[in-house]
Design a protein around this ligand. Structure first.
Ligand code: URA
Length: 442
């Protein structure tokens, strides 16, 4: 079968065989299938979907496009976390050092910004010199030495995802359960983990807008992982407003550093501690959730998580001077305040619009070739439920890019809905799922 015939078959909603899926992934990775044909295929999957068997075959083909890392020589449980993508979602930056500071081995392979959502790799690279492209042997050695390593897909690890991810980012083909499942799980199955905690985001800033779709995605991710012998827990979390206050790359890194130094916004601290607690009980099942949560919060306050973060930055060649002087980071040309047009309460913040505004000011990519402007970002001063008075600053847009600045500011203005009555706040964690379905959250 040619790529053309496979595209037609999927376009016409037919089931693909394992060999067809493997051929497509291998030939695309090898550069034998051009981006325009792969884009058409991705769009066909977006509309026609894939069943669980096809999704699993796609995941395994993507995993096997590179090496499956062996970490058996490192004692201890290896546990990672991955998010399906959100706005202001900087949890991994804090969580990896936090969990490692508690004795969990954290082999983390992350992605770049995707669509309107930010990516851990871009945020890490906002630290000058930070190298996310370590070789497999450097990855293994770093894990042995400091218990944590944060890298991206490479020519050796899930290279098919590296190429497909970049293509999906700019072709409107992200919001697809089979494509997200295969993208996430191909990386996770390649990194040599024993267990995984997933953050499946739900809401206007997530790829899954409804709870039902998010639960379906979580079920797929859990089943793929468990069928490969990994213990998987998924938390369905609210993404109806940005997490924390900062949206961008350096601005999110800075908020993460402040959180690691014990001074983070409540929602970010709570959620990060919850993820850390789940990672810890997967690594050390003798602990209760409450004990694991308590230890996680303590290490955010007592400096141990921050010390581990410094070790990570040093090992990856990052500039630690910039961390000692956060204000020394390059300033943006513009800092535009977005103000409230009336008195009231913030009823909602459309985070898709906030994320798209971020893309317009260079915090994300519009084409595969776009470079990121690390200092561009949006600071959210007012969150859902906050009282505001007319003229008060809701958010500030930071950038040095003039082009599209006005449209970006308009998007932020329109993202805010202000009304008379205080809204009900949704919980941060909407549900917890494992291989048996929904867990009782007490
Ligand atoms: N994270 C990934 O790694 N892939 C996706 O498709 C979405 C989020």
């Amino acid at each position: 079968m040619t790529a053309y015939e496979i595209i037609l078959k999927k376009r016409d909603k037919q089931e693909l065989t394992k060999n067809e899926i493997k051929m497509l992934v291998d030939d695309y990775t090898a550069g034998k299938i051009p981006d325009y044909q792969m884009s058409a295929f991705l769009m066909a999957v977006y509309f026609a979907g894939m069943n669980f068997r096809e999704t699993t075959d796609l995941t395994i083909a993507m995993r096997d496009s590179g090496t499956v890392i062996d970490l058996s020589m490192i004692p201890g449980k290896k546990v990672d976390k991955h998010s399906t993508g959100g706005v202001g979602d900087k949890i991994s930056l804090i969580l990896a050092p936090l969990a490692a500071s508690l004795g969990v081995i954290v082999p983390m392979i992350s992605g770049r910004g995707l669509g309107h959502t930010g990516g851990t790799l871009d945020k890490l690279e906002s630290i000058p010199g930070f190298n996310i492209g370590l070789s497999i042997s450097q990855f293994q050695q770093t894990l042995k030495d400091i218990g944590v390593c944060m890298i991206g897909q490479t020519a050796e690890i899930a290279p098919a995802d590296k190429k497909l991810y970049a293509l999906r980012d700019v072709t409107g083909t992200v919001e697809s359960i089979p494509l997200i499942s295969a993208s996430i799980m191909s990386k996770k199955l390649a990194e040599g983990i024993d267990a995984l905690v997933l953050d499946v985001k739900v809401g206007n800033g997530a790829f899954m807008k409804s709870f039902e779709r998010a639960a379906e995605l979580a079920k797929n991710l859990i089943s793929i992982g468990e069928n490969s012998g990994k213990s998987v827990i998924a938390l369905l979390t609210n993404m109806d407003e940005p997490l924390g206050k900062a949206v961008g790359n350096w601005i999110e890194m800075r908020e993460s550093i402040e959180t690691l130094r014990g001074d983070g916004p409540d929602d970010l601290v709570e959620l990060t501690a919850a993820f850390s607690a789940y990672m810890l009980i997967l690594a050390k099942p003798e602990l209760t959730y409450e004990e694991a949560y308590f230890r996680s919060k303590a290490n955010l306050k007592n400096g141990r998580a921050y010390e581990k973060f410094l070790e990570i930055v040093q090992r990856h060649g990052g500039d630690t001077d910039i961390l000692a002087d956060l204000d020394g980071y390059p300033k943006t040309k513009h800092a535009i305040p977005i103000t409230a047009k009336s008195d009231g309460f913030v009823l909602s913040i459309n985070c898709l619009e906030v994320g798209m505004a971020g893309v317009l000011i260079g915090a994300g990519r519009r084409t595969k070739e776009d470079a990121i402007d690390y200092s561009s970002g949006i600071m959210i001063h007012k969150k859902v439920g906050d009282r505001v008075i007319e003229g008060e600053i809701l958010a500030t847009v930071y950038t040095s890019i003039d082009d599209q600045l006005e449209s970006a500011c308009q998007k932020i203005e329109q993202a805010y809905e202000i009304g008379f009555n205080a809204p009900d706040k949704k919980p941060l964690i909407l549900a917890v799922m494992d291989r048996n379905g929904f867990r009782d959250m007490g």
